[in-house]
Design a binder for this molecule. Structure first.
Ligand code: FHN
Length: 594
């Protein structure tokens, strides 16, 4: 059975959306955001005293995000501070980091000036707990990076943990130190440390492109407002992310590693780890490949957002070689395909089974659609629904012109069966006018199609989201359907097949032990009629972080069967045959051609 007891860590990190500055954020999408919107791809840097510990405390490797090691191991603030005595990043080369960002095609940089451990990576008169005063290195690494960025005209922003500061008795987060029975006064911490340190950042390092706040949590509206006012006074052009809290901010930061399924409105970003940690962890070698990174970048940009990808330099200041090499490969892809990323608009099209789309006005009333092909069609036909009449011409980016042909209202681009070498090939399709709006889903005979939870219609269930971590701090999110209340509850997806075909149908779901082996029904109406029942087997629990008590159901897929479909419109309905005895969430159904 899942444990329902909430722990301190979960309270602090997990369940309250205010912790993330999401929910009810009214973002001001002003002109000040124009450069941000154009940029699309950025470098996040998590670097601090925790990089010295590299995910190991007292000889024991921790499978967590590295910058949380003090919290995870309950290291007393005074003991943690001793790490500074050996922190000596003699290999730190800010020019090389800026060069790496450039080579990777990243357009701005945000670095941790002070993370939750409270350690300032710059000279601060406010607290001696800073890199200049407390380490043998004795130099201001933020100043050096600011110089390198200004020299290279690379916009630079600062991460500042405004609520959590585990070094300070008055701040939020450190529940393991008693600080001699000290009575907390958050306002005092804000006035004595956070605001003066932010003032230092905004006065000593030239133009600051943005201030990146984090885990606002319990911060009150008056405190968020105070921070905002001070930033506006000192650097009016500086952007502020929504994690300042209380609905303020110039743009919205979604959850860590959150990839919305559809276009998301306003100015926003998703931040992502390269492996499974932000701060350096020596034993985490789970690097995402160039293809995965490009696909993640494309998924965010096609939904209208910015993608900020993290690097975690080590104790000496070196960027892990594998991480740097992979980023350079992403940059090589962007050199050829950058036109499909920078300054583009979100996809105007409905869901494309084989990939994602971005768009750009092309002059003379035309639009270029950039078709990012994640699944290359083995039969050489890339099918774009509803585009039959408007197509003017197509070319493979960095390659040849492509022939097209109309099949009814749809367009087939004859791309050949051999996938090009690019990590993600892109077809640039010029069309007359704007792309027509359509929303229906398609199942195609040459790619896997996914019917996603947010697209489901029906009754007796609710649209929801599940967020969990397996390694502590490494978040996963899935939009899904939950709360199926009775056998009358039914989730329905309409979709169209263009040709006759047989498809394997798999359901992606999570099911707790209480609902184990519940009976469900899949009904298909339209060009092929089916009504079958199937069991949903428990998916087992996933603890929300090592040693942190809470458990959520894991997601897995279950193959319902093989279905023959005639060309035309279909409706798939998924429903329980009785009210589930426990929690069941459905996140997607995939249709895979046989
Ligand atoms: O707790 C932090 C975490 O350490 C990391 O800095 C991430 C980056 O978005 N922000 C918080 C969790 O969301």
């Amino acid at each position: 059975m899942a444990t329902r007891k909430k722990t301190q860590a979960q309270e602090e990190l997990g369940s309250d959306p205010r912790m993330w500055g999401q929910g009810g954020v009214k973002v001001t999408d002003a002109n000040r955001g124009a450069w941000f919107k154009e940029s699309r791809f950025a470098m996040f840097i998590h670097w601090g005293l925790y990089s010295q510990l590299a995910g190991v405390w007292k000889g024991k490797p921790r499978h967590i995000i590295g910058e949380w090691i003090q919290h995870h191991a309950h290291i007393p603030a005074a003991e943690y501070a001793k790490t500074a005595r050996v922190f000596n990043p003699t290999e730190y080369d800010p020019r090389q980091i800026v060069r790496l960002a450039r080579e990777a095609g990243m357009k701005y940089i945000v670095i941790t000036a002070k993370h939750h451990d409270g350690f300032a990576m710059y000279k601060s008169k406010v607290s001696p707990f800073n890199i200049v005063d407390a380490t043998p290195y004795g130099r201001d690494v933020i100043a050096a990076l600011a110089d390198a960025c200004h020299e290279a005209k690379m916009p630079l922003g600062f991460y500042y943990s405004q609520t959590q500061d585990w070094h300070e008795p008055d701040a939020v987060g450190n529940s393991w130190d008693t600080f001699g029975g000290h009575k907390k006064d958050f306002g005092r911490y804000l006035v004595d440390k956070a605001i003066p340190q932010i003032e230092e950042l905004l006065t000593n390092y030239g133009p600051v492109a943005l201030i990146w706040f984090d885990t606002p949590g319990p911060i009150g509206p008056e405190h968020s407002r105070k921070l905002m006012d001070r930033i506006r006074q000192l650097q009016p052009a500086c952007l502020v992310n929504s994690r300042i809290g209380n609905g303020l901010g110039d743009y919205e930061t979604l959850g860590d590693q959150e990839f919305p399924r559809f276009t998301h409105p306003g100015l926003w970003e998703t931040i992502d780890t390269h492996n499974d940690t932000w701060g350096f962890v020596g034993h985490d070698l789970n690097w995402k490949s160039p293809r995965e990174l490009v696909q993640r970048l494309v998924r965010i940009v096609s939904r209208g957002g910015n993608y900020m990808l993290n690097i975690g330099p080590d104790a000496l200041g070196r960027v892990p070689e594998m991480s740097a090499a992979i980023l350079r490969q992403v940059g090589r892809w962007l050199k050829v395909h950058g036109e499909s990323i920078y300054g583009v608009e979100a996809s105007p099209l409905g869901a494309l089974p084989w990939g994602e789309c971005t768009a750009r006005p092309a002059g003379r009333g035309r639009t270029t659609l950039f078709l990012h092909v994640f699944q290359w069609p083995a039969d050489g036909r890339l099918i774009v629904p509803h585009m039959g009449r408007q197509a003017v011409g197509a070319r493979l980016m960095g390659g040849r012109k492509l022939k097209t042909r109309r099949t009814g209202k749809n367009l087939e681009i004859l791309v050949g069966s051999q996938a090009p070498a690019a990590v993600v090939p892109v077809v640039a399709l010029d069309i007359r006018g704007r792309a027509p709006a359509w929303t229906e889903a398609y199942a195609m005979n040459n790619s896997v199609s996914t019917l996603v939870a947010p697209a489901a219609a029906g009754k007796g269930f609710r649209q929801t989201k599940r967020s969990w971590m397996e390694k502590f701090g490494d978040w996963k999110h899935l939009e899904c359907l939950g709360g199926f209340a009775s056998p009358r509850a039914a989730a329905a997806w309409d979709f169209t097949t263009l040709e006759a075909g047989s498809f394997y149908m798999d359901i992606e779901y999570s099911c707790d032990l209480a609902a184990d082996y519940g009976q469900w029904r899949a009904q298909l109406t339209g060009g092929g009629k089916y009504d079958v029942t199937f069991p949903l087997i428990t998916t087992g629990p996933c603890r929300v972080g090592e040693g942190h008590g809470r458990e959520l159901g894991r997601f897995r897929t279950y193959r319902i069967g093989l279905f023959s479909l005639a060309p035309g419109k279909h409706t798939l309905t998924i429903s329980p045959t009785a009210k589930p005895a426990g929690e069941v969430y459905v996140s997607a159904v995939t249709l895979t051609p046989m």
